[in-house]
Write a protein that binds this ligand. Structure first.
Ligand code: 21W
Length: 211
């Protein structure tokens, strides 16, 4: 699931260029019993299974380095933001733990986790995609990962406004014309129009961003 995404996409190219290194680990490799057990039933009852302390703690202790940040992806974590992505991009080494089953034994969090992140208020089936989201958003802040033409200063969430509408050829499609100003060549007017569109769209879709 992870290797596919990390070899394709912009992230794959960043890895080839040695801007980033990603290692995927399977907790099962740290299980010691003959069935390679990683889960067990919750004390106190309840549905589902929890990840056990021993294999998870052993896995993290095997990969951690001095000064690394150990992050658990969990629906009850701190909401992920662009600011967090930028902060994580400055770190030398991140260890991301994705939960499976109904969650993990609290003592894992208490011993080998530095911070907990949620990617939003919806429920996923497991934490794997959440780890991919965090890595993808973080990687864009590593110098060289975005192409030369793309620049972070032109990105919406550094300015806290939504994007303006964009058009390419043809100038007319199914009776819909490209706004006249974009064909005018007047760059001052184009900038003004784009900013006005951003403010209008942000007011409609995300008024919370304007506060
Ligand atoms: C979904 C795990 C539901 C656990 C008492 C305490 C990682 C995620 C996830 C998942 C439960 C993220 C319980 C946004 C997400 C993730 C899988 C339920 C039951 N009872 N960000 N806990 N949404 N999801 N826990 O789902 O692992 S980051």
């Amino acid at each position: 699931m992870l290797d596919g995404f990390f070899t394709e996409s912009m992230i794959g190219r960043a890895c080839e260029a040695k801007l980033l290194e990603i290692k995927v680990r399977n907790i099962r490799d740290w299980a010691t019993d003959k069935h390679r057990t990683t889960d067990d039933r919750p004390f106190g009852g309840g549905a589902g299974m929890l990840m056990k302390c021993e294999p998870v703690v052993a896995a993290i202790e095997a990969v951690q380095t001095i000064g690394c940040r150990r992050i658990y992806l969990t629906p009850d974590g701190v909401p992920f933001t662009s600011a967090k992505a930028e902060e994580l991009a400055k770190q030398d080494h991140l260890v991301l733990l994705s939960g499976h089953y109904e969650g993990i034994d609290q003592r894992i969090r208490d011993t080998v986790i530095d911070e907990e992140i949620s990617i939003g208020d919806y429920v996923l089936t497991n934490g794997t995609l959440a780890a991919v989201v965090v890595i993808d958003a973080m990687a864009r802040f590593i110098p060289g990962v975005l192409g030369e033409e793309k620049s972070l200063t032109h990105e919406s969430f550094t300015r806290k406004l939504l994007d303006f509408p964009q058009y390419t050829r043809p100038a007319e499609y199914r009776g819909m014309s490209v706004p006249e100003v974009l064909l005018s060549g007047n760059h001052t007017e184009i900038e003004k129009w784009r900013t006005a569109q951003q403010e209008k769209k942000t007011r409609q879709i995300r008024p919370d961003l304007l506060k």
